[in-house]
Design a binder for this molecule. Sequence first.
Ligand code: MLT
Length: 408
Amino acid sequence: MATLNGNYRKLQAGYLFPEIGKRTKEFVTKNPDALIMRLGIGDTSEPLAPSVIAGLHDSVDRLSKAETYSGYCDDGVGTPELREALAARYASYGVNIKVDEVFVGDGAKGDSANIQSLFGESNVVAVQDPAYPVYVDSNVIAGKTGEGSDGQYDGLFYMLCVEENDFFPKTPSEKVDLIYLCSPNNPTGAVATLHQLKAFVDYARENKAVIIFDSAYASYISDPRLPRTIYEVEGAKECAIEINSFSKEAGFTGVRLGWTIVPKNLRCEDAEPGELNNMWSRRQNTFFNGASNVVQPGGLAVLSEQGQAECKKTIDYYMANARRIKNGLEGLGITCFGGVNAPYIWMRTPGGISSWEFFDKLLNETHVVGTPGSGFGPGGEGYFRLSAFGHEKDIARAVESIQDNLKL
Ligand code: MLT
């Protein structure tokens, strides 16, 4: 008799973005003439850079001839060229990452969800609150939490990120084993300083904990003092895994390509140096045949000098959107955070109404879709996220509509 994985029943709500999609669809059905402006999911909208398109075309063409055709990758962790180019990127940050510490995958979401499989069920998991929902849900499904109620799960350690701590937590007051950090942060747009990351690295080394550092928005950092990788902190290779992606840097949200760094020196309570690196390799080779060979040359093109220059222009374009949103809201007296070294604006809901109430109000009054802060955890209640990834004209229209129609 087959039985299901009962942990799925612990999940308290549908995944956030489909839920937003469902509510938006209901609104459109009732208001078919409304022009909806979508600033909800952080989905890129600008076309891929020309050099990236050329890289992708080239890989498709290679598949059309027997002499250049390729099938399975030799192993499931990425082409040597792409792994080398990614290691070279870390070298440009002054960080030494070896090629066999780089694992190419199909984007940060899958790796963020799967990485917890390296760690036993009894690990105590700490997450920022609010946080990207994948960190929590993947650990719930894997049985590393107890039951849930009021948007929280027993056994998880929540690190509250609020205005008082500039949306970055202090190190846990008790012993935890796995710590998820995201910087630049989704959803708050806060960026951790080197000093703040060092405190976590020191904590992790002292407690033999492992940090899972999501840096998917690192290319949005323009302030040179802010770290783009956790490995800028000395000692981080002993205690941190880093996950990153081409999605937001190069518009690969649909193309799918990312990478994870599992350092050879990474250790935990019962792992020898090298063991976690071998385990992730084993995991990827068993469950995955590697990122698409059509797509990987596109990633290589992103990392080329020309690709970087072209992608930077698109990033600047989205950041101009972020400034427009933030200025527009602040002009209405709304308190906003983020939107400076990150493509998300994190706003306090006007009048202290709940996040979902504000979702309905914004949609009804202005036809703008955003993301309720409480969808990222109880710490997000009373906040709301707007994404800067839309077309400039849509963003301009959305800001205008908020200015003209939102009843404050
Ligand atoms: C978001 O809107 O939070 C992100 O786009 C979701 C994701 O990257 O999966």
